[in-house]
Ligand binder design. Structure first.
Ligand SMILES: *Cc1c(COP(=O)(O)O)cnc(C)c1O
Length: 226
C-alpha cells in the first residue's frame, strides 16, 4: 500500500465512523456517502475504490474524462453547476445529478436521456439563503417547477439538494437543512415522491444528518484540501 492509499482509507473510516455516531431518524446504512473527488487525480479514486464505491464530481469535462479512463466504473454522482450544453457529457454516466436548477437544463437532460433510452435520476437544487447570486430554485417556485417537469418522461426527480454556504459551524446552516426537510415533507404530502435529501459537506454533514439528510457530499475531509 502507498502512503496515499493509507491516508485516504484512514480519512474515509473517520468519516464513516462519524456518520455511524450521529443520532438521527435514519440508520447509518441508509445514508449515502458521496466522496467528492473533484480536482483530485484519478489515482485517488482508484485507491479508495477498494473501500468505497460512490464518488462525486463537479465539472462536466473533468468528470467525463475520469469516467472514460477508469476501468472499473464506480457509482458517480454529478454535484456541480451544469451548463445545458454539457448535459450530454454527464447523462447516463452519473447515477444521480444533484444540481438541476432550471427548466432548460432539465429539458436537455431529458433529451440526452431519451437518446440513450434511459431514465436519468435527478435532484432539484434549492436556494434557501435568498442570495440571488446562488443557483437554485426558490422555495416559492418549487411546486410549480416540479409540475413543469411532469411531461419530461426520461428524467425522474428523486429528491432535493441544497448547499447554503461553506462553513465549519454546522449550527449556522442547521435552519436551512431543517427547512429543506420541511419543504420535502410538504411536497410529499402533495403527492410528489421525493425520498432523498442531499445536504451536508465536510464542515456540516453531522448537522445535516441530524436534520434528515439521506445523502451527504464530503470532499476535503476525505481527500484533503483542494
Ligand atoms: C465541493 C463540493 C462539496 C464538498 O465540499 P467539502 O467541503 O470539500 O466537503 C459538496 N457539495 C458540492 C456541491 C460541492 O461543490
Amino acid at each position: 500500500m502507498s502512503s496515499r492509499d493509507i491516508e485516504l482509507s484512514k480519512n474515509l473510516s473517520i468519516v464513516q465512523n462519524m456518520i455511524s455516531g450521529v443520532k438521527s431518524t435514519h440508520k447509518a446504512k441508509d445514508i449515502t456517502l458521496v466522496a467528492v473527488s473533484k480536482t483530485k487525480p484519478l489515482e485517488d479514486i482508484q485507491y479508495l475504490q477498494k473501500y468505497h464505491n460512490i464518488f462525486g464530481e463537479n465539472y462536466a469535462q473533468e468528470f467525463a474524462e475520469k469516467f472514460e479512463k477508469i476501468e472499473k466504473k464506480p457509482e458517480f454522482h454529478f454535484i456541480g453547476a451544469l451548463q445545458s450544453n454539457k448535459a450530454s457529457l454527464v447523462v447516463g454516466k452519473a447515477e444521480l445529478i444533484h444540481s438541476v436548477d432550471r427548466l432548460s437544463l432539465a429539458k436537455e437532460i431529458d433529451k440526452s436521456a431519451k437518446k440513450l433510452d434511459i431514465v436519468q435520476k435527478i435532484l432539484i437544487q434549492l436556494n434557501l439563503t435568498g442570495e440571488t447570486t446562488k443557483s437554485g430554485i426558490t422555495e416559492n417556485e418549487i411546486e410549480m417547477f416540479l409540475d413543469s417537469l411532469r411531461d419530461l418522461k426520461n428524467i425522474s426527480v428523486v429528491g432535493l439538494m441544497t448547499m447554503p454556504f461553506f462553513t465549519d459551524d454546522g449550527e449556522l446552516v442547521r435552519p436551512y437543512f431543517r427547512r429543506l426537510r420541511e419543504i420535502r415533507d410538504d411536497l410529499k404530502q402533495k403527492g410528489f415522491s421525493l425520498n432523498h435529501l442531499s445536504m451536508g459537506m465536510s464542515g456540516d454533514f453531522i448537522v445535516a444528518i441530524e436534520e434528515g439528510a439521506t445523502i451527504v457530499r464530503v470532499g476535503s475531509l476525505i481527500f484533503g484540501e483542494r
